[in-house]
Design a protein around this ligand. Sequence first.
Ligand code: PGA
Length: 259
Amino acid sequence: MRRREIIVGNWKMNGLVESALDLAREIRQGLKEREDKRLLCEVVICPPATALYAVNQNMGGFSSLKLGAQDMSQHPNGAYTGEVAGLMLRDVGCRYVILGHSERRQLHGETDDRVAAKVSAAFRDGLVPIVCLGETLEERQQGRTFDVVRRQLDVVLEELKEPRNRQQLVVAYEPVWAIGTGLNATPEQAQEVHGFLRTHLNTHLGSDIGQRIRIIYGGSMKPSNAASLLLQEDVDGGLIGGASLRAVDFLGIIDALPN
Ligand code: PGA
C-alpha cells in the first residue's frame, strides 16, 4: 500500500529566531518550486520552541509546510516549571510533536511510560505524535534490536484507544548508533526493522490500520543516502537532524523521494 510520505526536520537546539526564519523561508521557497514533490509528501519542520511562534507567523498561509515541536509535557497545565503543554504548542501553530527522541530518553531520563503518557496527551491536545524508537549499538550487537523496539512500541500502542488516533500516529525508527554519527542504517537494515514494526502494528491494530501508519527512518539521513532508504517498502519518510539545518540538504532529501 502506498502511504503519503512524511519528511520531518528536527532542528534540535539550534538557531535563534532570525536564523530560524531564514531557514524556514528557504525551505518554503524550495517547496513552492517543487509542486510534484508537494503532492507526494508532507513536510514538517520542528524548530526550537523559542522560534515556533515567529516561524508560524511567517508561514504566509503556505499549507504545505507544517510545524512541529520537539517535545511536550504530558500535563495540560499547572506547576511544571520549564515545561511546555500541548495546547501551548497548538497555540503557536504546531500540528505535530516529536516524542521519545533518544536524546530525551538518554539525556533527560525519559522512560517508556512517560513517552506513552505524552503520546496520549498529544492526541488529547490535538497534536499528531511522531514517536521515536530505536536500539543502541550495544543492543544491536547483542541481537536485541527487535525486543527493544517492540517494547518501546507496545507501551505506546496501549495508549491508542481511539481508532482515529491509531492511524494518525507516526512511528520513527531511529537506531541510536546512527543519530548524529554520520553512520546510517543500510536500506536493508532499515527495511528489516520497519518490516518488523509493520507486522507488529498489523497484528495489534489490524492490517487496515497497520498498513496506514507511517514508519519513518531517522539517523544520518542526507541527500546522498535518502533515495535508497526511501525506496524501501516500509520506509515512509525521514526524520532528519543535521541535514535539516541547511535548506539545500533538506530539500535534497525531498528531491530524493521516489515518484
Ligand atoms: P541526524 O539526527 O539526522 O543528525 O542523525 C536524526 C534525529 O536525531 O532525529
